[in-house]
Ligand binder design. Sequence first.
Ligand SMILES: CC(C)(COP(=O)(O)OP(=O)(O)OC[C@H]1O[C@@H](n2cnc3c(N)ncnc32)[C@H](O)[C@@H]1OP(=O)(O)O)[C@@H](O)C(=O)NCCC(=O)NCCS
Length: 175
Amino acid sequence: MEELYLKEIDEGDETAVMDYRAEYLAAGDEPNGMGNLAEAGSYAEFLAAQRRLARAETCPPGYVPATQYLACRRTDGRLVGMLNFRHALNDHLLQTGGHVGYSVRPSERGRAYAAQMVELVKEPARALGLDQLLITCNRGNIASARTIEKAGGVLEDERRDEAEHRWTRRYWVAL
Ligand SMILES: CC(C)(COP(=O)(O)OP(=O)(O)OC[C@H]1O[C@@H](n2cnc3c(N)ncnc32)[C@H](O)[C@@H]1OP(=O)(O)O)[C@@H](O)C(=O)NCCC(=O)NCCS
């Protein structure tokens, strides 16, 4: 399997991120692991929102600090996935959202990149002092459930998200 690395987004990533966004949205998948990228009017707006979220002092009310990562392939630098790491859990995240959201661009799926991305985020999570990560997926999302299980996730339960009309599977990954 090809090796990936995680990097935090910055100004230089606009072309790669907007290309990812276009491919992803064209496929019609629910945006995951990419903050407000799907709704943002521009890359600058997306980057500014993620930067506000990155620090407790600027984080909007109701949100916890989070880091937006890009997962890039070491051999060619291609952006293959995006991962959003929430540094703490509020009630919503504890019930259904979890610490980590992720996606892999449609043209790069089937190579277990998401499992590698979850492995890679363990180090910054440990550095923040966490000893476990909550990672969730919809009951029917087999690729995501498999990803979490490969990363060591242990299923705690399934909870009903009444607002979204769906069941969420909740896994804990020990760090
Ligand atoms: C979930 C997602 C990130 C996984 O991407 P990926 O790393 O390319 O995943 P893969 O296609 O390699 O699949 C992961 C595993 O699930 C298995 N899998 C995938 N689809 C499957 C299916 N329909 N039935 C059974 N197994 C399936 C794969 O075989 C693989 O297991 P293996 O490595 O043991 O063979 C990607 O599908 C995605 O971006 N989906 C949309 C966003 C999303 O759902 N994010 C997660 C939110 S919780």
